[in-house]
Write a protein that binds this ligand. Sequence first.
Ligand SMILES: [Zn+2]
Length: 159
Amino acid sequence: MREYIEKIKDFCKKYGIDIKFENNNEFYFVPSEKRVHFGNKESQYNFSDLYKSYHELCHSTVLMTNRDTKNYAKEEVVADLSAGKILLKLGMLKFKDNPISNNFKEIAKLIWMHISYSGSWATAYIKDNAGFTFNDLKQDVEEEINKVTDILKQELEVC
Ligand SMILES: [Zn+2]
């Protein structure tokens, strides 16, 4: 786990983002202060914390892409699906030979949690836009997800 946290720190250092590790289970990004808050101590980090941290780093890429984040539901879909895509690319959503966890239940629970999180924001986004479909949403967020993951993927890859 430690090497993944070090990669996160390297990423933040490179882009001038401040990190606070706090023991309160709250993960969030403050754009105006260029700071991410991670709600666990480094020494107690688990797989779920890592996913949440990647989610916040995905939000932080707004500093590099200047994307419009006024629509909160859309921004949540972009951040969470981007974080999921990064985990997928890093092999962390596999049940076998997972570099972080060999606990099937833990991985399944994590995948389910984020599917339902993204799904609820996607539903909210579609409801806010009359006539909108999931396909429209996909087109709307796909390019942004690619931009976000392009910025983060190589930086977070642990060799
Ligand atoms: Zn978020």
